[in-house]
Ligand binder design. Structure first.
Ligand code: C5P
Length: 297
């Protein structure tokens, strides 16, 4: 018997970052939108905890206990006095270290899969608590849809969305380390007054209305200057997508994946083709949002 869970990637349509806190984290106003790029995690009973991974980027995925899927199984097992005797297979389609919460997605998916396999009967609130312990973005991977994340991003308020948004994602060669991007944010912000992060009313209204053009005008990522500082080549990718007719372009989360909002599916295909032809990215994919959170198949 095995259990498979499908889990979406995310893009941050607003990532407002406050000053560094004493614990090293940053307070955020983080508007998450789940997008239709997915990983699948299959949990099968085994003699001991084992992780395997397939997909084009599989070689970059750690298969040891640092993988959030392994940590999710261990945390759930410890809470219920079980041994994490499970083989977790990750079928990976979300870019690795790409700023799309791929690792967080695998953590949430593994948690849900092990929970179903072991029949723990954990409540949704308990699962969300374990997700928050795994990482700031993990609760959103469980919930999906659209949500405002406050605190370090783990305190979620679901948000209404009025329609489908069309995206193109350009994947870069190599990943960016999220802690390194936050450190660069701190370096660039040194000596300045960093405002308290707040969700943008215009952005929430655009999401609720399903208005792509209005959303395009409201997209903002405070980590973008830091990501561009560490990876200046991303500017050419952003320009290529805008030149191909994207309504707006931004770095996804801590990057280096870049995200392009398109007016409709046809425009998204055209932007993806132009990005590929531009030679400024490794690959380009279209996707839609919102997408449901982690789901048992
Ligand atoms: O929560 P998570 O483990 O995903 O965070 C990874 C790293 O990103 C943290 O160690 C921290 O350096 C940075 N981070 C932050 N502020 C947040 C979320 C993450 O500084 N709100």
């Amino acid at each position: 018997m095995s259990v498979t869970v499908r889990v979406p990637a995310k893009v941050n349509v607003q990532l407002a970052v406050g000053a560094a806190r004493p614990d090293g984290f940053h307070d955020l106003a983080n508007v998450f939108l789940a997008v239709s790029l997915h990983d699948e995690v299959t949990a099968t009973p085994a003699d001991e905890l084992r992780i395997t991974c397939s997909g084009p980027d599989a070689a970059q995925v750690p298969l040891d206990r640092t993988n959030l899927a392994a940590r999710a199984a261990e945390l759930l097992a410890a809470r219920y006095g079980l041994e994490p005797r499970v083989h977790l297979h990750i079928a990976k389609d979300i870019p690795v270290a790409g700023g799309m919460a791929g690792g967080s997605a695998d953590g949430a998916a593994a948690l849900l899969a092990c929970d179903a396999l072991w029949g723990t009967g954990a409540s949704r609130a308990e699962l969300l608590e374990i997700c928050a312990e795994l990482g700031s973005d993990v609760p959103f991977s469980l919930v999906g849809g659209a949500a405002l994340g406050t605190g370090r991003g783990e305190v979620l308020t679901p948000l209404p969305t009025g329609g489908t948004f069309h995206w193109v994602f350009a994947m870069a060669d190599g990943g960016l380390s999220t802690p390194a991007v936050f450190r660069e944010f701190d370096r660039l912000a040194a000596g300045t007054d960093v405002p308290v992060p707040e969700a943008s009313e215009a952005l929430l209204a655009a999401l609720a209305a399903g208005d792509g053009a209005a959303l395009a005008g409201a997209l903002v990522n405070d980590l973008q200057p830091a990501a561009l500082s560490l990876r200046p080549q991303l500017a050419a990718t952003l320009d290529a997508g805008l030149g191909a007719g994207a309504l707006a372009a931004l770095v996804s989360g801590s990057g280096p994946t870049t995200a392009f909002l398109a007016a409709d599916p046809e425009s998204a295909e055209k932007i993806a083709a132009s990005l590929l032809a531009s030679g400024t990215c490794r690959t380009a994919r279209t996707a839609t949002s919102p997408a449901p959170g982690a789901t048992v198949l």
